[in-house]
Design a protein around this ligand. Structure first.
Ligand code: KIV
Length: 304
């Protein structure tokens, strides 16, 4: 296995690099990002893929689930992320409703993510039933990522965010979903919320790299949500989330400190203030002095 050392020269990740990594058994890294600054940090840390997930409906916009986010809202974030990403492969999530009406509409929406947003891949949820659509989007020269298992856009049909693929029937369906997407030519398949044994099976059966989230260690790569790894989600994390930092604590500490400094007039200090150039300062003092003298003279005249 060839692991790129931290700090080594990096290069642009493409869909071909993902396949190569699968062949070389080199783990693929993916994180979500939703704005310029987080995208830059993720990209500069050498993460292979940056996903502008529709999870931004919750993490950035405060919605209960992903269903209401629109193509225009997604595009707003994809454009910002595009400006922050250099080497990573940029994936944009197609939101609910943007590929469920008809194929023409779906291809048009996918095209917008590439033309307006600068995305390199679009991601759609669903397996077998999306295979024809995947082909049509690829025919429009747009690489597609599949997403099966716990697909959050199927929330109402699933009756909640539940681990999928726990019965033999469900496992067979997931296998059909994965192979149909693979045959349709997807660049990779996201596997969400399924038992690790099922993810292992899918990973060994398909040529497309699998990217797991709550799908165990056997996938070709792993993705997590930026806000989850940094404790920015205001609730208990899912079982598969590992916290790598506590940005909530850092931010809270900084905000409290700022508030206290303003209230106690400790902020801003003199060295955090702008100053006049010495000649202007001198001229201003002279002017003010003259005004004071004139005011004094007027007062004497008034008393007289
Ligand atoms: O929207 C998202 O963040 C996702 C990942 C969880 C895979 O689809």
């Amino acid at each position: 296995m060839s692991l790129t050392p931290i700090g080594a020269p990096r290069h642009k990740i493409t869909t071909a690099s993902l396949r190569e990594k699968k062949l070389q058994h080199e783990p693929i890294t993916c994180l979500t990002a939703y704005d310029y600054s987080s995208a830059r940090l993720v990209d500069e840390a050498g993460i292979n893929m940056v996903l502008v997930g529709d999870s931004l409906a919750m993490t950035m916009l405060g919605h209960e689930n992903t269903l209401s986010v629109t193509v225009d809202e997604m595009l707003h974030h994809v454009k910002a992320v595009r400006r922050g990403v250099k080497d990573a492969l940029l994936i944009a999530d197609m939101p609910y409703g943007s590929y469920h009406v008809d194929a023409k509409d779906a291809v048009r929406n996918a095209t917008r993510f590439v033309k307006e947003g600068g995305a390199e891949i679009v991601k759609m949820e669903g397996g077998e039933k999306r295979a024809d659509l995947v082909r049509q989007i690829i025919d429009a020269e747009i690489p597609v990522a599949g997403h099966i298992g716990l697909t959050p856009q199927s929330l109402n049909r699933m009756g909640g965010f539940k681990v999928q693929g726990k019965t033999l029937t469900d496992i067979e369906q997931l296998m059909r979903d994965a192979t149909a997407l693979d045959r349709a030519g997807v660049a990779c398949i996201f596997l969400e919320g399924i038992p690790r044994e099922v993810a292992d099976l899918i990973t060994s059966e398909v040529s497309a790299p699998t990217i797991g989230i709550g799908a165990g260690p056997g996938c070709d790569g792993q993705v997590l949500v930026f806000h989850d790894i940094l404790n920015l989600t205001f609730g208990p994390p899912a079982k598969f989330v590992r916290r790598y930092g506590d940005a909530a604590a850092e931010i809270t500490h900084a905000v409290h400190a700022f508030r206290a400094d303003v209230i106690s007039r400790q902020y801003p200090a003199d060295n955090e203030s702008y100053h006049l150039p010495p000649e202007t300062r001198q001229a201003l003092e002279t002017l003010l002095e003259r005004k004071r003298m004139m005011r004094g003279r007027k007062q004497i005249t008034a008393v007289d």
